[in-house]
Design a protein around this ligand. Structure first.
Ligand SMILES: [Zn+2]
Length: 101
């Protein structure tokens, strides 16, 4: 999976996003444009996180194991979900969406 810079169509790798200090706002490695995460992808990441958390709590396993799995899930979600799910758009797009093509 990958995503493209809305400006220069440069392929931004997941590993690049992982290396960034914050995944909410990244700088395109090619054109230096500031990109922010879209609300939809943010919502999607949160939904997946909550769904995952709920699924693990109903698993027919010992409570201790659930706690361990939940901890791993929270850590994984925190670090990996943004890199996998997040989609970015240019910051301060006013009416620029129309002249993208
Ligand atoms: Zn770019």
């Amino acid at each position: 999976m990958g995503r493209k810079c809305t400006r220069c169509y440069y392929d931004i790798k997941n590993s690049y996003i992982l290396k960034e200090e914050t995944s909410k706002e990244i700088i395109c490695p090619n054109c230096g444009r500031k990109l922010v995460v879209t609300n939809i992808s943010r919502f999607l990441a949160i939904t997946i996180f909550i769904m995952g958390s709920l699924i693990f709590t109903i698993l027919p396993i010992k409570a201790v194991n659930i706690v361990i799995i939940e901890s791993v899930w929270i850590a994984l979600s925190y670090f990996l979900l943004p890199a996998i799910i997040y989609d970015y758009e240019e910051k301060d797009i006013n009416k620029k969406k129309d002249d993208m093509e």
